[in-house]
Design a protein around this ligand. Structure first.
Ligand SMILES: Cc1cc2nc3c(=O)[nH]c(=O)nc-3n(C[C@H](O)[C@H](O)[C@H](O)COP(=O)(O)OP(=O)(O)OC[C@H]3O[C@@H](n4cnc5c(N)ncnc54)[C@H](O)[C@@H]3O)c2cc1C
Ligand code: FES
Length: 317
């Protein structure tokens, strides 16, 4: 796959048209997915080892929706090392002076070679980016919403909160029946310096409660403790949405099923291609007949109902 100028995206071969998944076969990349040559506008630290990357990519910005992701090749365009792209959730879409989608923001934590190389990118450099990928979130429920984020799992929730509150359109769609109460985000990290983007969430109208493993900020303990206390106290939210490491999501799934609260999770399985070709991202997903079948997280996810995931088979993630 070769990157082309932003104005001339290379589209994946795909039978459907329009920005949504093919209704006949959910296991394909969205029809709007393309490879974009995106110019780096900013790549700035926002917390310890954590950066916000702003890419000029109007085509991607126009189509991408909350919960979808993009694959970013970490080296400058034309460099083949690292060869594989890395997946990052949409953090937000930036509008130009005319109110048109112009750029996308991604927030990433440096954990290895790819994200380390990405941290070295400078404004003006061009990167190969492909997306939008994945299913993304659907319409909001009627009632309260709680987001539960672990580690870098907060990244999908800024755009989702803004979208569901009716504050911004994404993928050309504005929510017809926005949620009436501001979402609450429960956000857990190992230590305070890793908290990223708190001001972004609060200024978007999303309430944030923090937990840290070492007690350096907020609740001393797991973020799921905060949710357990809230569910115990009531009233129960209409939906819980989680993003973070698989053990945290498994705990979330157990907790929400105990209180019979609908829960969706965004899985962060390792990915190589991002559009359904390599099967490196599979997760065990329960089928209507009760059996678990391996499904590609990049095309059928990353968003799944928590009770559809066979968490006993997710230990490698
Ligand atoms: C749909 C999706 C959305 C994501 N969104 C974000 C985001 O918004 N921000 C962000 O910082 N990260 C996000 N990630 C995770 C991110 O893609 C990985 O951290 C990144 O690919 C690591 O690349 P690397 O080359 O730096 O690390 P590697 O050198 O490949 O790995 C370094 C270490 O991190 C572990 N690792 C690598 N990938 C993952 C993963 N997916 N899950 C758990 N452990 C991993 C490896 O096992 C190893 O221990 C997302 C992943 C997915 C699938
Ligand atoms: S990452 Fe290749 S099939 Fe999902």
């Amino acid at each position: 796959m070769t990157a082309t100028p932003e104005s001339e995206p290379h589209r994946h071969e795909h039978p459907a048209s329009g920005p949504s998944h093919d209704a006949r076969d959910p296991a394909v990349a969205p029809a709007s997915a393309a490879v974009w040559s995106a110019s780096v506008l900013e790549n700035v630290p926002i917390a310890r080892d954590t950066y916000r990357l702003r890419l000029a990519a109007p085509g991607l910005a126009k189509f991408i929706r909350p919960g979808q992701f993009a694959m970013v090749r970490p080296g400058p365009e034309g460099a083949s090392d690292p060869l594989l792209g890395r997946p990052f959730a949409l953090y937000d879409v930036v509008l130009d002076g005319a109110g048109e989608p112009a750029a996308v923001d991604l927030v990433y934590l440096v954990v290895g070679r790819g994200t380390g190389a990405l941290a070295g990118r400078r404004p003006g450099e061009r990167l190969s980016v492909w997306g939008p990928l994945g299913n993304g979130f659907g319409a909001p429920p009627r009632g309260d919403v709680v987001f539960v984020a672990g580690g870098l799992g907060q990244t999908p929730f800024l755009a989702l909160g803004r979208w569901w509150m009716g504050r911004m359109a994404y993928g050309g769609e504005r929510i017809a029946r926005p949620i009436s109460a501001a979402p609450l985000m429960l956000y857990g990290v190992r230590s305070e310096p890793l908290l990223a983007g708190l001001d972004d969430f609060r200024s978007a109208g999303i309430a944030v409660e923090v937990a840290t493993d070492d007690g350096s900020a907020g609740h001393h303990g797991y973020v799921t403790d905060l949710l357990a206390a809230r569910l115990e106290r009531g009233p129960l939210p209409a939906r819980v949405i989680g993003c973070g490491p698989a053990p945290m999501l498994a705990a979330l799934s157990r907790l929400t099923s105990k209180y019979e609260v609908p829960c969706e999770v965004s899985l962060e399985n390792h990915m190589a291609c991002g559009f359904g070709a390599c099967f490196s991202c599979v997760a065990p997903i329960r089928q209507p007949n009760g059996s678990a079948d391996l499904r590609r997280v990049c095309v059928e996810g990353p968003i799944f109902p928590a009770d559809a995931v066979d968490w006993s088979g997710m230990h490698g993630q």
